[in-house]
Design a protein around this ligand. Structure first.
Ligand SMILES: Nc1ncnc2c1ncn2[C@@H]1O[C@H](COP(=O)(O)OP(=O)(O)OP(=O)(O)O)[C@@H](O)[C@H]1O
Ligand SMILES: [Mg+2]
Length: 275
């Protein structure tokens, strides 16, 4: 990524250690200035410490500030006040330490799969041979080793989303930020992608922050589920998920899993019926 001055931002890679959060928000407020009507308070005094290698999921009512929170950690949006850290460095703009995945894969239609995945490396100006090796490795990791020469329109929605995950990981960021990445997929593909993502997460030892509207998905994936309250967004509760890893599909039928779902649902119902 480049700064406003065009200078390459090296970022904070390697700054994390046992005592430093992978990402942290301290008393973050975010008010969007309205062009017309009232300003929108999107986040109100949000503090959150995300540990290195942790898998954190975020759920909350529509409009409660989940995407805003992701964009703030990514350095795409500056908070109105409060501090945001990646490792031990303050976030002042987009950084190569972060990989981003959105609900839609946003691939470039005129570039084949390999060229889409290699884009961040081209932006970072890494050597051509290194690029090729990294792209091949990542495509294998997401199960698309044979599809490098295909174009996005030749792939299914799930395959395209896997390409966008490979692209987010190709420059080896410490933190992967995912905003409803499986929202547009059918239920079966969505389940498969969840397990695929957990495999990648454990193989690559990344920190993941993952927004979803699905309570079971949030619980199955997470070490901790952050439940946000209705707008203006505050954290209502953080639920520690103590299910063993690796997680398995059958776990969703256990009483423990059911209790987590019940807890999250109660919190969200309280949020959507309050006010
Ligand atoms: N660029 C913007 N300008 C003005 N208001 C904005 C902007 N982006 C978001 N908002 C407002 O901030 C609030 C939080 O939006 P945000 O997109 O973070 O919510 P969300 O939790 O991701 O919602 P959803 O679940 O529907 O994706 C909303 O009220 C939204 O209208
Ligand atoms: Mg959103």
């Amino acid at each position: 990524m480049t700064t406003d001055s065009g200078e390459l931002r090296v970022g904070t890679r390697g700054a994390t250690n046992a005592n430093v959060s992978a990402a942290a928000l301290q008393h973050v407020h975010m008010t969007y200035q309205a062009r017309r009507g009232e300003n929108v308070l999107a986040l109100k005094d949000v503090s959150l410490d995300i540990l290195p290698k942790e898998f954190v999921t975020i759920i909350g009512p529509s409009g409660c500030g989940k995407s805003t929170l992701i964009k703030i950690i990514a350095g795409l949006v500056r908070p109105s006040s409060g501090e945001v850290l990646l490792g031990s460095s303050e976030v002042t703009g987009p950084s190569a330490d972060v990989g981003l995945v959105f609900q839609q894969p946003v691939l470039l239609p005129w570039r084949n799969v390999s060229k889409n995945v290699s884009l961040p490396l081209e932006v970072l100006d890494s050597a051509k041979n290194d690029r090729r090796a990294a792209v091949e490795q990542l495509l294998d990791l997401v199960g698309l080793g044979k599809y490098g020469k295909h174009y996005p329109h030749e792939l299914s929605g799930g395959m395209q989303q896997r390409v966008s995950i490979a692209r987010a990981l190709v420059h080896d960021p410490d933190v992967l930020l995912m905003d409803e990445p499986f929202g547009a997929l059918d239920a079966l593909t969505r389940d498969q992608m969840s397990f695929e993502l957990m495999r990648i997460w454990s193989e690559r030892s990344k920190t993941v922050v993952f927004v979803t509207h699905s309570i079971p998905e949030a619980i199955l994936l997470a070490d901790r589920v952050v439940v946000m309250s209705k707008s203006p967004g505050e954290i209502a509760e953080i639920i520690d998920i103590e299910l063993p890893r690796p997680r398995r599909n059958e776990m969703v039928n256990t009483p423990e899993f059911g209790a987590y779902v019940q807890r999250a649902r109660t919190l969200l119902n309280a949020e959507t019926t309050a006010h």
